[in-house]
Design a protein around this ligand. Structure first.
Ligand code: ISL
Ligand code: CA
Length: 546
């Protein structure tokens, strides 16, 4: 085993959603040469790691999260040679690249699944096949993440197969040791090529404990039978021992529906499973059912959630956006009048907690939710599924559109807004998904040159964090919260303390002027020089307390 450095605690991660990042050949899809052409921008921002959403061969039923060949590249994005060049060019700039490891399922067009359709094939057991119930119905009542039954009938072999996601994403069978062996080889393949680790897709769902009926629930029925089971812990420890420990790399696991207790087990440095996990609690503070049914936001509730995770885990994966979530300035911020100020306030929240921060492409310029007006402009399988369910519940069309447009994954998938030229500098052709018409106002080029922009605020915050041990490693403690405001401290005992004070509302607010809420202003999104306890709408202040 080689000695492990912790460079992944020192750096900020930048997530790239390749099809929406930079197109170079005019086909309307971002590509790997496009990523290479923008590496200097990522460097300029101050990020030191890229997480690349899937670029593997895929029929794109779920935009690459349905892989048909783990060792090849989707021709839309380029070739293996392009990928090798990306690793090399990133290395030149001291940028590490982690890849998306999607191993809960494959595409139904993967060679394994095609063969698995034959009942007596040696690949049959790579997937989860079950006969129909005596009444002809699916083997159990589980529902998929994308709505509808989690089972699909295959007429060819007369049985059902399990798919927790789309029916073109059959789940792999982790009771079969051959599957794990294949996965290990795939991991070696990419680590040898230059990957610095993996973001592991829905990794806490891979092992299914039983196939009994799930408790009745509105969404994702059956989850109690597969969320973070002992079998998953066992597999992760094995992957760590047999693969990951042989490289200088790290993993971040996406842990769906995870609680703190299980997240601790998954990321406990002593247990040697994952290095950190993505959880969803903080983003769900104002949601009732998954992403689509909202409830009232409260800064106090948010601080309670953040505190629970900051103090509960040794090291957090910090994020506010990704390719499955609406844009944070439209979700927790104000994308109208206070667009710029609230985006900076959210940057402050992200970059002053303990953990590794992840920035999703476009977040650094405050990109907003899409401005589509009709479901026909959407692409996302999840949104389309949820729309169907809402229709079946007879949700009136106005409310339906309100919820869908606030929650849709396409909000974060519209193309990157690089400049104010037609195609937003993303493409010279027809983009695969509509470009937000605000690109002439919100774009990278404009913000890079303007000192007071969101981009330059991110850049300064990243640099500040990189140069300060307290902001990276200091202890977290809550100090004040009400409906509008939250405040916390980061402390390096015996050395220094910062207080972070954020007004997460459209209205002025205040905090008491006492204890850790008094200090010298070191960061502000309002240009103030001292703090008197009163906050403007969406104001962020970082104080040096001692
Ligand atoms: O967006 C979600 C949580 O708010 C989810 O329902 C999401 O689909 C789930 O977290 C799993 O996401 C991951 O696996 C999916 C893929 O569609 C997502 O893009 C990926 O991030 C299946 O591979
Ligand atoms: Ca292209």
């Amino acid at each position: 085993m080689i000695t492990m450095s912790t460079w992944w605690k020192e750096r900020v991660v930048y997530q790239i959603y390749p099809r929406s990042f930079q197109d170079t050949n005019g086909d309307g899809f971002g590509d790997i040469p496009g990523i290479i052409s923008r590496l200097d921008e990522i460097k300029d921002l101050g990020a030191g790691i890229i997480w690349l959403s899937p670029v593997y061969k895929s029929p794109d039923a779920d935009n690459g999260y349905d892989i048909s060949d783990y060792r090849d590249i989707n021709p839309k994005f380029g070739t293996i040679a392009d990928m090798e060049q990306l690793f090399a060019e990133a290395e030149k700039r001291d940028i590490k690249v982690i890849m998306d490891l999607v191993i809960n399922h494959t595409s139904d067009e993967h060679e394994w699944f095609k063969r698995s359709r034959e009942k007596d094939s040696e690949y049959r057991d790579y997937y989860i096949w079950r006969p129909a119930n005596p009444d002809g119905k699916p083997p159990n009542n589980w529902t998929s993440f994308f709505t509808g039954s989690a089972w699909a009938f295959d007429p060819k072999s007369g049985e059902y197969y399990l798919h927790l996601f789309n029916e073109k994403q059959p789940d792999l069978n982790y009771r079969n040791p051959k599957v794990l062996k294949e996965i290990k080889e795939i991991m070696h393949f990419w680590l040898k090529k230059g990957a610095a680790g993996f973001r592991c897709d829905v990794i806490n769902l891979i092992f299914k404990n039983s196939y009994e009926n799930g408790k009745f629930r509105l969404a994702i029925r059956g989850r109690e039978h597969y969320v973070t089971k002992e079998g998953t812990h066992r597999i992760l420890a094995e992957l760590r021992r047999d693969v990951l420990d042989k490289y200088d790399c790290f993993t971040v696991g996406e842990a769906a529906m995870v609680n703190l207790h299980d997240a601790k087990l998954l990321s406990d440095p002593e247990r040697r499973e994952l290095d950190m996990v993505f959880y969803f609690d903080h983003l769900n503070v104002d949601r009732r059912i998954e992403k689509y049914v909202p409830k009232k936001f409260s800064a106090k509730k948010l601080l309670a959630i953040i505190t629970k995770w900051q103090q509960g885990l040794d090291w957090n994966a910090l994020y506010l956006e990704n390719h499955d979530q609406p844009r944070i300035v439209s979700h927790f911020g104000n994308d109208g009048e206070y667009w710029e100020r609230s985006a900076k306030m959210l940057a402050t929240l992200l970059l002053t907690q303990r953990g590794t921060p992840y920035i999703y492409q476009g977040q650094e310029i405050g990109m907003t939710n899409f401005d589509f007006t009709n479901i026909s402009q959407l692409d996302d399988v999840e949104t389309i599924g949820v729309d169907k369910v809402m229709r079946s519940f007879k949700i009136p069309s106005k409310l339906r559109w309100k919820w869908l447009s606030a929650g849709s994954r396409d909000n974060s998938r519209t193309p990157m807004q690089w400049n104010d030229e037609p195609g937003a500098g993303f493409t010279k052709g027809e983009p695969w998904l509509g470009i937000n018409s605000n690109y002439s106002k919100i774009n990278h080029k404009e913000q890079k040159t303007r000192e007071s922009s969101i981009y330059n605020y991110y850049k300064k915050m990243i640099a500040l964090r990189a140069s300060n041990e307290t902001l990276k490693y200091g202890d977290f403690a809550p100090v004040f919260a009400d409906k509008q405001v939250l405040a916390y401290t980061r402390t390096n005992p015996g050395d220094e303390q910062f207080a972070i004070i954020l007004n997460m509302s459209d209205k002025p607010a205040s905090t008491p002027l006492e204890g850790s809420l008094i200090g010298k202003v070191v960061v502000t999104n309002m240009g103030r020089t001292d703090y008197d306890g009163s906050l403007s709408p969406w104001e962020a202040v970082v104080l040096k307390v001692w």
